[in-house]
Design a protein around this ligand. Structure first.
Ligand code: ADP
Length: 155
């Protein structure tokens, strides 16, 4: 059985993230969305609420689960006995950043591979950073959140 983790901050989870997960379900039998958090750094949404948002989005998809971790991604993979890291790529600058991390992870753990999926063109501008900015001014983010779920209740 092929399993992958999809690590990130997901603060909050967007339609861009969802599309990567759904497309990756054609490649993997099971995907764990892994929220990497730093206990000293407070997010916009709490880690617990980010988990609740993702659980609500994937409530009908048994092959997708969500976990949090506060350690090196490769160590979390080893702990979960997973060999594939899934990441999405939007732009050339995403690529440069992701390339270094993926190569370093591979350097540290030779049997862990990072698999990249290119974003769908329409999702290229969608980012959690911009959604947080819209939310700060009480704007409507519904069309950027899977199933248009009301994430403001998690603020
Ligand atoms: P991080 O803080 O690790 O970058 P994010 O939550 O911002 O975490 O992103 C997690 C992963 O999802 C990264 O691989 C990122 O490139 C990817 N991603 C973010 N937004 C999109 C999008 N709109 N389309 C496809 N992939 C995306």
């Amino acid at each position: 059985m092929k399993r992958a983790i999809f690590p990130g901050s997901f603060d909050p989870f967007t339609i861009g993230h969802e599309s990567i997960v759904l497309r990756a379900l054609e490649l993997f039998d099971e995907i764990i969305i892994a929220i990497g958090y730093n206990s000293e750094k407070k997010g916009f949404f709490s880690v617990e609420n980010r988990i609740k948002i993702i659980e609500e989005i994937f409530s009908d998809e048994k092959r997708v689960s969500v976990k949090k971790y506060n350690k090196l991604t490769v160590d979390f993979c080893k702990e979960q006995n997973i060999k594939f890291i899934l990441r999405g790529l939007r732009t050339a600058s995403d690529f440069e950043y992701e390339r270094a991390i993926a190569q370093m992870n591979h350097f540290m753990e030779n049997d862990i591979e990072t698999v990249f999926l290119l974003t769908e063109a329409k999702h290229t501008p969608v980012s959690s950073t911009i959604l947080r900015e819209i939310l700060k001014y009480d704007g409507d983010v519904c069309k950027f959140i899977p199933k248009c779920i009301d994430i403001k209740k998690y603020l």
